[in-house]
Design a protein around this ligand. Sequence first.
Ligand code: SF4
Ligand code: SF4
Length: 547
Amino acid sequence: MEEIRIDTTVLVIGGGWSGIKVACELVDLGYRVILIEDSATLGGNGLFDHLVSSNKEELSSLLAKVKDHEAVEVLVSTRLVFLTGVPGDFRVWLEQEGKVSEKTAGAVVVALEAEIVSLSTAYGFQAAENVLTQSEVEARLASGGAGDISKDVLFLVGLQQEGSPLVMERAIRSASEIQALEGCQAKVLVGNVKVAEHGLESLYRQSRERGIIYIKVKEPPKIKQDGSSLQIEVFDNVLNRDIKLTPDMVVVEEAFRPHPDATRVSQVLGIGTDSEGFFQQANVYYLPIRTNREGIFVIGSAREPRNLMHGWTDVGNTVLEVRNLLGEGKKLVPIERAKIHRGKCTICLTCVRVCPHGAIYWDNRAIISPVACQGCGICASECPMDAIQLVNYTDEEMEAQVLASIEKKVEAPQIIAFCCQNSAHEASRMARLFGSSLPEGLQMIKVPCAGKVDVDYILTAFEAGTDGVLVLACHKDNCKSQHGNTFAEWRVEHVGRMLEEIGLEKERVRFATVASNMPVEFVRITNEMEDTLKGLGPSRIKKQAAA
Ligand code: SF4
Ligand code: SF4
């Protein structure tokens, strides 16, 4: 390990309440913060202010703190245009009213608030006094405008989009407030009640006890609107017939969309998004606030549709992660997990492109950041010049392990299984612990990530006389190195084609995925491989060597 100095400034992108809150908590810990907001004011879109109305004073004091604190630099009408470097030493370029300035930061927090879109038109409503969006009814209730709420109010939820807990929560809260008004009846026409959020199930149950009527349907309703007269026709699955509802007022759900600048910002930062464009990637290793790039975190509704309170739990997690990363400006890091032979490097930048953690930068040769490098070894296996070696997993060490694993005297089919340390290796340990029956000729080699398994290691195993090779990786979207399993699968396919060219069956090499807690699956895969190899007979190379 060596101690290195790192920048303790944190760049926060997005001046909504989550961005403001995280800035305040970071300065309390002694960090300097640059808070940028692309609009002209701080405070975000105010979407969930009503949920913390009792805390309005807290919001005001947070706002005052970021504006006045000497350790916070607030830049409005500003956007990030470029980022380079590594955690602890990022360089960022910010554009404010046409002028670009360069700054440095040790970590980055993305707090770009989602935007909301009305679905009234999608439902087929015309604009009318008694057709409200969810935001409009919330604003009316929050401002004490209960007098403007009609007696019979129908909420429409989850019928024009996949339901989400947040959309459901907003409808339940407003419906509950209306139900509490004298003489009012709230009904909720819902496609799918989504309550998978802390406390939402009980909120739903309480609302039913208060008399709110929920009608679950599968199809969007037929809308008839004539001035203020509303008729909603829908097929009721319980009654098994069409029903007609004639509410005085309807409240239509809203959709959440990623911040309009989210795609561009994700490209500048080199971090992934989900299929909708939110920053929460489908990978368990990144939950709740991490991204594929060390030192870049995402919070609040930048991650996924979340309300302010949930966004603030992200703030606590982020502060801990930042503290862990930046400490007090010094950090002990492994001297070198991966080494680059500068004489061999032709600066092709393959390693820069494949590194899932953004850990490689370059001057006149590639350089690996010891803070960001996670030691997965993908770069080492992809470098066309063999210029990168992973400490403890050098090509020499790996090939020596492969050769040592071939047992000449075993009669059963010999199988070399390269096991990712995060999944298959753990599954194999559990299988052994449970006394599971594993193939007699199975030898396992632990690798830091399946993405480290080089084509050469597999070919060496066949040359040395193994009958088959397994490369066992994490499931899709579960790889700690994001695409390590994909690289491994490509290489196995490539080796399969090579085997066919030299007259060996491609079935002798197989890629499979397994989770760390799936020993039964591990046993199944390895036994299946043994059966396949028994059917194929010994490898031709092995037979030639024996002869
Ligand atoms: S892949 Fe290899 S040769 Fe290419 S830049 Fe990286 S270290 Fe240099
Ligand atoms: S070992 Fe993995 S994390 Fe480290 S530099 Fe190479 S690809 Fe990036």
